[in-house]
Design a binder for this molecule. Structure first.
Ligand SMILES: [Zn+2]
Length: 242
């Protein structure tokens, strides 16, 4: 099954499959009128697609109520939102640790170690994982006990994915964690794995890709990492191995 990913910003992506356009954690809605080529959603451009918008939690770098304005233009559009988001819009609200049958897709949620949920989606012959802020937020300088508890909670969630065969995974690799930036991603690839893994949540700090390219901890899965550089970049699935 083929798909195409477009990088929007931070943890925001559009994923075009056979029959759907999935949009994850969209918030940066500028520059105006540029469309996917610049990492912006222009509803005109997607109006004929079957669109499902996922929002993992309410933090402003993951959620922008602007997404609801697309309804006016896009004929088929649904919203799947974590239930920590306060809105009176017509949406499908999801909580952690649940399964939802939405007809043409199935959604399972994990509990984030921050707030909200991570998504596991089965649709169009693909299994797709988007972590939201579910990560091993292991900060040097934090009390060791807190870090240990963080890792325990994170791994407990990721372990529930062990029997899944994930095609595409969006997983945080946040350079602010410094020496621990690849810790959560490393565990994810070891315990669950994915055919293609898309690092995210680095805002403008693309130095993380240098680390992903050279750090020996990524040796075992480097050929499955999507390397990209800026908003609007397209990532094909399956990965083209040039
Ligand atoms: Zn975040």
């Amino acid at each position: 099954m083929k798909a195409e990913i477009t990088y929007l910003y931070n943890s925001g992506f559009a994923l075009k499959t056979d029959r759907h356009l999935f949009i994850f954690d969209y918030y940066l809605d500028s520059p105006k009128g540029c469309g996917l080529a610049k990492g912006v959603i222009d509803p005109e451009e997607i109006k004929d697609l079957n669109v499902v918008v996922f929002v993992s939690h309410s933090h402003p770098d993951h959620y922008n109520p602007k997404i609801f304005s697309w309804r006016k233009t896009v004929g088929q559009i649904r919203y799947v939102l974590s239930d920590d988001i306060k809105t009176s819009e017509d949406v499908i609200k999801v909580g952690p640790g649940q399964e939802y049958n939405l007809g043409d897709l199935r959604v399972r949620t994990l509990e984030s170690t921050d707030i909200g949920v991570a998504f596991l989606i089965l649709a169009d012959g693909l299994c797709i994982y988007h972590a939201g802020d579910l990560n091993d937020w292991y900060w040097d300088g934090e009390p060791e006990e807190d870090n240990r508890e963080m890792t325990r909670r994170y791994r407990g969630q990721i372990d529930t994915l062990k029997n899944e065969s994930i095609d595409i995974a969006f997983v945080p690799a946040d350079p602010r964690l410094e020496g621990n930036a690849l810790r959560g991603l490393g565990y994810f690839m070891e315990a669950a794995g994915a055919e293609l893994v898309v690092p995210m949540h680095f805002s403008d700090n693309t130095s993380i890709f240098e680390e992903l390219k050279t750090d020996s901890r990524t040796d075992s899965y480097r050929d499955r990492i999507a390397f990209y550089f800026q908003r609007g970049n397209r990532i094909p699935y399956p990965k083209s191995n040039e």
